[in-house]
Design a protein around this ligand. Structure first.
Ligand code: IDP
Ligand code: MG
Length: 139
């Protein structure tokens, strides 16, 4: 996958609160092009695999419970410098620390329920996109 792409999820809290449209508007207004997108729900084993890097962390069980409790929007986004620029757009993991105007500052509830995921590297963007999408679903 090209390195000008990143992977995102609008997490269950954002979907439950009806924030899909507002968040997608922020994303496209910031210059990201949507090249794959779907409403889906992760199983327990999906979430355990997706977040395997955090399996030893004390919040892992809570994270899996949260991420599987309802539908998410998964998407692949394209823009120059996509990974870094998207992390800037979403803001810090803890919304209390997130900059004004960022998606997490606007829509996240807490460190755990923080509305949106953004890949942290080009390599992880490719892995995470392939986890959620078949090649023919990415344009
Ligand atoms: P990131 O999403 O900003 O990259 P990570 O450290 O990779 O943050 O953590 C992955 C996800 O795990 C976070 O987005 C959040 O949903 C959850 N998480 C991280 N730290 C905590 C915590 O201390 N308590 C509960 N959930 C957490
Ligand atoms: Mg992360």
């Amino acid at each position: 996958m090209a390195t000008n792409r990143t992977f995102t999820m609008l997490k269950p809290d954002a979907v439950e609160k009806g924030h899909i449209g507002a968040i997608l508007e922020k994303i496209t207004a910031a210059g990201f092009k949507i090249v794959a997108m779907k409403l889906t729900q992760m199983s327990k084993s999906d979430a355990e695999t997706f977040y395997a890097i955090h399996s030893e962390r004390p919040f892992f069980g809570e994270l899996v419970q949260y991420m599987t409790r309802g539908p998410i929007v998964a998407a692949v986004l394209e823009k120059d410098n996509a990974v870094e620029d998207f992390r800037t757009l979403i803001g810090a993991t803890n919304p209390a620390d997130a900059a004004e105007g960022t998606i997490r500052k606007l829509y996240a509830t807490s460190m755990g329920e923080n509305a949106v995921h953004g890949s942290d590297s080009d390599a992880n963007a490719a892995i995470e996109s392939a986890f959620h999408f078949a090649g023919r679903e990415i344009f």
